[in-house]
Design a protein around this ligand. Structure first.
Ligand code: PAZ
Length: 318
């Protein structure tokens, strides 16, 4: 619980360790992330940590029900591809089963409909791909394999809110040694509310007890200790989603004033695939997909990433 004489960033950090169970693999993953970052920074490459997907918040310890959100992880997964194309190495901190770079292009395709086998006597027979069912598969596969062979993509999965929070902290600490070469691109939609383990019923909530009333606590804001303590030299981008466009920019500005990071990518739920505003302390820049670009299947993440990677270069030279 925050006390008035405790710095707010320390209070957020403290409530993280007190109220959210530390995942057993966090130290091992932190080591992997630190080695990945140092290896790529030594090769003069920038490293971006992308967070992606939503979070699930359980209502019972033996969880039957949970509070979820809409995020598909498409923003994070497609941005990862554009960062890789721009020469970054990418740590992809994503929710289990949310969209993944490259494979996201074939979501909704039934794999078995795109494969057939060569009939003949020989065993094992060859399996062939119908390239009409998997458009651009050769190009995408080549790119995916090149990224993998060069070790440019480090995927890290989270399942629970606790895992997300601890892994984000570990990532921030792991990337601190590469200073301003690190970018944080926090596109995940993280719950603002949770029920502490000590206040959660163990068993399934019974409907026979009548209508459900729950009180949830605020999830600690990780952005403050991230910017102030864990990775103070990094280039940090947060995202702000609203459903009411009239409050979007004011909320984005408020986040910048509160956390003093470098930029907020502001978007509205219904228009997020074609319109965002990049808000910095002294500027705001709209990115829009034109009808022609939509026809050509241009993605807004291409524009977001190219704008931010230029801003990152300027930031590093300051
Ligand atoms: O994951 P997705 O592509 O469906 O949606 C992306 C997004 C809206 C989750 C992202 O752009 C975003 O705004 N993330 C931050 C949400 C927030 O906490 O305000």
């Amino acid at each position: 619980m925050a006390q008035s004489n405790v710095p707010v960033s320390a209070a957020a950090d403290e409530s993280l360790s007190e109220e959210f169970a530390v995942p057993s693999h966090v130290e091992e993953v932190k080591k992997q992330m630190a080695e990945f970052a140092e290896h790529h920074a030594a090769a003069n490459r920038r490293v971006v940590l992308i967070t992606s997907g939503g979070t699930k918040v359980p209502l019972e310890s033996r969880t039957v029900r949970f509070l979820d959100n809409f995020s598909s992880g498409r923003r994070g997964a497609s941005s990862a591809e554009y960062f890789l194309d721009s020469g970054y190495a990418v740590i992809f901190l994503h929710r289990h089963r949310s969209l993944y770079p490259y494979t996201r292009l074939y979501t909704g395709v039934n794999l078995l409909d795109s494969l057939k086998f060569e009939s003949g006597e020989e065993e094992p027979c060859r399996v062939l791909v119908d390239q009409k069912e998997l458009p651009n598969i050769l190009k995408v596969l080549k790119r995916y394999q090149a990224v993998k062979e060069a070790g440019l993509l480090l995927p890290v999965e989270f399942n629970t809110l606790s895992e997300y929070l601890h892994l984000l902290k570990a990532a921030a600490q792991a990337l601190s040694s590469i200073g301003s070469k690190a970018m944080f691109y926090l596109a995940a939609a993280v719950s603002d509310f949770y029920i502490p383990a000590s206040e959660m019923p163990e068993h399934k909530i019974q409907s026979s007890n009548g209508p459900l009333q729950i009180t949830m606590k605020m999830v600690p804001k990780m952005l403050r200790p991230l910017v102030k303590d864990w990775a103070p030299q990094a280039f940090v981008i947060s995202f702000k989603l609203e459903t009411d466009p009239s409050i979007l920019l004011e909320r984005a500005r408020r986040a910048l004033d509160t956390y003093s990071h470098q930029a907020v990518v502001a978007n509205v739920l219904d228009t997020r695939r074609g319109y965002v505003v990049i808000v910095t302390k002294n500027s705001q820049h709209e990115l829009i997909l034109t009808d022609e670009e939509v026809q050509k299947e241009v993605e807004i993440e291409d524009k977001i990433v190219s704008k931010l990677s230029v801003a990152h270069t300027q930031f590093m030279s300051q």
